[in-house]
Design a protein around this ligand. Structure first.
Ligand SMILES: Cc1cc2nc3c(=O)[nH]c(=O)nc-3n(C[C@H](O)[C@H](O)[C@H](O)COP(=O)(O)OP(=O)(O)OC[C@H]3O[C@@H](n4cnc5c(N)ncnc54)[C@H](O)[C@@H]3O)c2cc1C
Length: 258
C-alpha cells in the first residue's frame, strides 16, 4: 500500500528521489494502482505534470512525450496508424484516458498492444538518466531509467498490428506487430512468453526471400513457437492462432491478399 507520495519539481529531482527513497514512479497509475498488480509500492514519485505529452516532428523523426495518454496517442493524426491502432486495442476508454505511453513501456507487460508496435517501428526511448536506447533494448535489459520521450525514426515498409482476444474486453490471447521492408523484417509477438518476443529465425527467412507464401510462413512460425497451455487456451490452439495471424500479417505487409 502506498504510504508516501513524493511530488518533485523537475524530472531530475524525480530521478534523485526515486533512487534515494527507493520509490517507484507513478505516471497514469493504472498499473501501479491496479488491484492485480504485483508492484505493491510503499513509496511513489509522482510524474504528473512533469513529463512532456506532445507530439513533434524533429528533422526526420517523430518525438512523442512519454506522458501522453493512450487516448491522446490514438487521437493524434501525426502518430503512425499502427501505433494509434495498437493503443485503441485497450478496450476501456477510462483506462486509455489515464494510462501513459511511458508507463506502458516501463510496465513491460507481455500482453501490451503498444510494445510490439513500437518494436516493429524501430522506436527508441530518450531517458532522463540513461541516454537514448532502442525500446527493445530498454525492455530486454531490464532498464528502469525514466522515459521522457519516445522517438520514432522514419522506417520503410508496411507495418501491421493485430490481436486475438476471446472478447473485446478480455485480456488478449495474442498481440502482434509485423513490418516487412526491403532487407528488413520485424515480427514482435506478445502473450507467448514473460515479455514481448521477436521471432528472429522467421524474420531472417522472410528477409532472405526463403518464405514467400502464407503457408510457408505459417509452418515456420509453428516450428518457432511452442506455447504451453494457459488457463483458457490449449498450447496447440495458441500455436495455431499465432502462426495463422503472423502469416496473415506478413502477407498483408507484402501486399498479398488471399
Ligand atoms: C482494466 C485494465 C486493463 C488493462 N489492460 C491492459 C492491456 O490490455 N495491455 C496492457 O499493456 N496494459 C493494460 N493495462 C495496464 C496499464 O493500463 C498499462 O500498462 C498502462 O499503459 C500503464 O501506464 P500508466 O501510465 O498507468 O503506468 P503506471 O501505472 O503509472 O506505471 C507503470 C510502471 O511504469 C513505471 N513508469 C511509469 N511511467 C514511467 C516513465 N515515464 N519512465 C519509466 N518508468 C515509468 C512505473 O514505475 C511502474 O513500474 C490495463 C490496466 C487496467 C486497469
Amino acid at each position: 500500500m502506498i504510504q508516501h507520495a513524493y511530488k518533485p519539481a523537475s524530472l531530475e529531482e524525480a530521478v534523485e528521489l526515486r533512487n534515494k527513497e527507493k520509490a517507484i514512479y507513478l505516471s497514469g497509475g493504472t498499473q501501479v494502482n491496479w488491484a492485480g498488480s504485483n508492484l505493491h509500492p510503499e513509496k511513489v514519485v509522482l510524474l504528473e505534470g512533469l513529463l512532456p505529452d506532445t507530439v513533434k516532428k524533429v528533422n526526420d523523426r517523430l518525438e512523442i512525450g512519454a506522458g501522453i495518454t493512450l487516448q491522446a496517442l490514438m487521437d493524434t493524426r501525426d502518430v503512425p496508424e499502427p501505433l494509434r491502432r495498437a493503443a485503441e486495442f485497450i478496450f476501456s476508454r477510462s483506462v486509455r484516458n489515464m494510462a501513459t505511453l511511458g508507463g506502458n513501456i516501463a510496465a513491460n507487460r507481455t500482453d501490451s498492444y503498444v510494445i510490439p508496435a513500437l518494436i516493429a517501428l524501430n522506436a527508441w526511448v530518450k531517458t532522463v538518466d540513461g541516454g537514448e536506447i532502442p525500446v527493445e533494448e530498454y525492455l530486454t535489459r531490464g532498464k528502469d531509467a525514466l522515459i521522457e520521450w519516445v522517438i520514432l525514426p522514419e522506417v520503410a515498409g508496411r507495418c501491421v498490428v493485430d490481436r486475438a482476444a476471446l472478447s473485446a474486453a478480455a485480456y488478449p490471447t495474442l498481440t502482434l506487430a509485423v513490418r516487412v521492408a526491403d532487407g528488413e523484417t520485424v515480427i514482435a509477438v506478445g502473450c507467448l512468453a514473460d515479455h514481448v518476443i521477436r521471432l528472429k529465425a522467421v524474420e531472417e527467412n522472410i528477409t532472405s526471400g526463403e518464405l514467400t507464401s502464407e503457408e510457408a510462413v505459417f509452418n515456420a512460425v509453428c516450428e518457432a513457437v511452442d506455447p504451453p497451455d494457459s488457463l483458457k487456451e490449449s498450447g496447440p490452439y495458441r500455436k495455431y492462432i499465432t502462426a495463422t495471424m503472423v502469416a496473415r500479417a506478413v502477407m498483408e505487409c507484402m501486399g498479398v491478399t488471399s
